[in-house]
Every structure is written in C-alpha cells, then in structure tokens.
Design a protein around this ligand. Structure first.
Ligand SMILES: [Fe+2]
Ligand SMILES: [Fe+2]
Length: 358
C-alpha cells in the first residue's frame, strides 16, 4: 500500500468539515497559506511622463472639476499596480487644476502631501487656514484632518503629485468615516503666509512648550505632522552641500530625509517617509521589505529591479516592490524623490534591508 502523503493525513472527515463550516471556523493549516495574499503583490513598473501627460490632458479637456460627483472632486489620474493604487500602502496620483478652477475644501483621516510638478506662485494649496504657493518641486504637507482646498489663480494649468497612505488606511485598516466636506467651497484664510513655517522655526512660543522644554502641540491637540511647505530651493541647496562635503550613501546617493518639522527628525508622517536623493554615480544593489516609489525630479538613468531594467527620465514614476534587489545608474547627475512605507515596518519592529552577497 502506498504511503499516505502528509496532506492526506490532515484531511478532515466531511462531518468535521461541516461542523467547522457551520460555526464559521477553519483549521489553521488551511488558512495559513492564504495569509498575506488578500492584497495584490505589487510588481516593478514604470509610468512614463509622456503617457501620464497625454492622460491628464485628456481628462482635463473632458472633465471640469465642478462636474465631478460629490466626494470625488479631485481631477486625478492614478497609476494602478495593485488593486487600486501603485502599492498596498502608498497611493500616488497626478492631479491637475486649470486656471480659475478650485478643488473644494475637504479633510480626511489619511495623511497626504503634494509634490509640485508644474507649479506657479499663484497656484495655492490652502491648508489649515494658510495659502501655500505651489512652486516647482515644493513639497507641502496635508496632515490628517486638516482642511485643504486647491485654488489656481494663475493663467497656467498646474500639476502635482498627490501622495497618501490611502491603501493602508482604506484597504488594510478598512477605516470608515474618514472623510468630510467643508460647508464652504473655499475654507477661510485665517493665517498670513509663512505662519506655519514660523511656528516650526528656531523660535517657539513660550506657552507651547511643555514642562520638560520639548516643543509641545500647537493650538491644542495637533496631529504629529504640521502643515508645512518644504521649498525646493532650500532642499536642493542642502543636497549640493552634501555632495560637495560628504561621501554618498552607497545605495541612495546623496540622500536627505524630509523631517517632521515638529520633531526635527524623520519620518515626515507616521506612515510614510520621504527622501530627496541626488545621484552622480551608480549605486550599489540592495533590497528591503519596505516598498519604495520614485518620482524623477530631474535627470535620466536606469534602475535595475530584479532582472528587469527601467529607463527613466524627468517626471516618470516607478516602483520598487518589497524584497526586490535594485540599484540605480544615473546618466550624469539625477535627482529622485523617494517615498517609502518604512515607518510602518519600523513601528512593528519588522524593518529589514541588506545587500546581496556577491
Ligand atoms: Fe484630500
Ligand atoms: Fe532601496
């Protein structure tokens, strides 16, 4: 008689199976293999700017923001890789606002930021009562539960990258009731320009200091990340100072993290971390369990991910999935925005990275 396979030894009688099914129970050995497969596996992929541009121009022609249904009044093209986003944790979208248009005020539980692709001094994102001009490559935070609307008072269409932790909040956590519209299309501007930056500069208001001297929450119960505009001219100056005075990081080039202005340290959000990285030479391969999404700020090059090679140039978007070995080969000097879910892994003490053994 043939020896029984282990699987057959685990087979339950039909009576046992129906008892468990009747009570909504399943044996662990059957469930275990399915764990971790509810969400789609992201794949290495690239979205070229020419294709994105053709798409955002087409929807801008067809769809005024005012015609969009309530709850979706943002004109955005979304790179799709997993079920409905570029990854299982980070969402990116490319949003446009035409001259004279307003994307009405709302707020939500997801963390968000704008990275300006094609901006203008008179293109404003209004966050927590302050108008932030959106100049090229500026990064502006929209922390959880802050009202925000986008108002284009320039004579050019503005485009930017929206980055949110939506797949994490909506899919993984399945958090409901995390969205609210403002009663007005445009929230009242209650702060002068530069207010939020001034609150996180070198001077701190005395009444905002906790007893131990650590800067405390501002204006009551604030979320950990404040509204803030990281001006590109300051970031790019820091990157070049870094390149002139320091050795590059072997895997990321000259790499600077965007800090949470309240703490002075990364990550920028509890769920997402952001870096600007300037590369002048090929980087060494490495891999990690976090997801890494890149936006090409400037320059061109090739990124090798697993056994694929992705050629990129200005304003392309590409993704390095978890555990894929990757390295960058810039053609001359190139600058990338890197977006990761590393803080989530670190919160659970699960973050890991390594270089492949040669
Ligand atoms: Fe929003
Ligand atoms: Fe990496």
């Amino acid at each position: 008689m043939a020896q029984q396979e282990p699987e057959e030894l685990l087979e339950m009688s039909s009576d046992t199976r129906s008892i468990l099914e009747e009570h909504d129970l399943r044996p662990l050995w059957e469930v275990e293999d399915e764990m971790g497969t509810v969400l789609d596996d992201p794949e290495a992929d690239i979205w070229k700017w020419d294709d994105i541009k053709e798409s955002i121009d087409a929807i801008e022609r067809d769809v005024p923001i005012a015609d969009l249904p309530p709850g979706f009044q943002r004109r955005v093209a979304v790179p799709i890789n997993t079920a409905n986003a570029i990854s299982n944790t980070i969402y990116v979208g490319i949003q446009t606002v035409s001259p004279g248009e307003t994307a009405p005020s709302h707020r939500h539980g997801a963390n968000a930021l704008r990275f300006t692709i094609d901006g203008h001094e008179d293109m404003k994102t209004v966050v927590a009562g302050e108008e932030f001009p959106m100049k090229d490559n500026d990064l502006i935070t929209t922390p959880q539960w802050e009202w925000h609307d986008h108002v284009n008072e320039s004579d050019e269409t503005a485009a930017w990258l929206d980055v949110l932790d939506l797949p994490l909040v909506l899919d993984s956590l399945n958090a409901k009731n995390t969205f609210e519209y403002h009663e007005l299309e445009r929230q009242p501007v209650t702060k002068s320009q530069g207010y939020w930056a001034s609150q996180y500069g070198r001077g701190r208001a005395q009444e905002d200091l906790k007893e131990d001297g650590i800067p405390g929450p501002f204006e009551g119960n604030r979320e950990p990340t404040p509204p803030y505009r990281f001006q590109w001219e300051e970031m790019v100056e820091s990157l070049h100072q870094r390149a002139d005075n320091n050795d590059p990081n072997p895997n990321d080039g000259y790499s600077l993290s965007y800090v949470n202005p309240a703490s002075g340290e990364p990550p920028l959000f509890p769920t997402m971390s952001f870096r600007a990285q300037l590369m002048q030479e090929d980087t060494d391969p490495h891999f990690h369990n976090m997801t890494e999404v890149f936006f090409v700020i400037d320059g061109e090059g090739i990124t090798h991910i697993g056994d694929e090679a992705f050629e990129w140039s200005k304003w392309d978007i590409f993704i390095v999935p978890p555990d894929e070995i990757h390295h960058h080969e810039p053609h001359g000097e190139a600058t990338l925005l890197a977006m990761t879910d590393r803080p989530v892994f670190e919160a659970f003490n699960l973050y890991a990275e390594a270089e492949p053994s040669s």
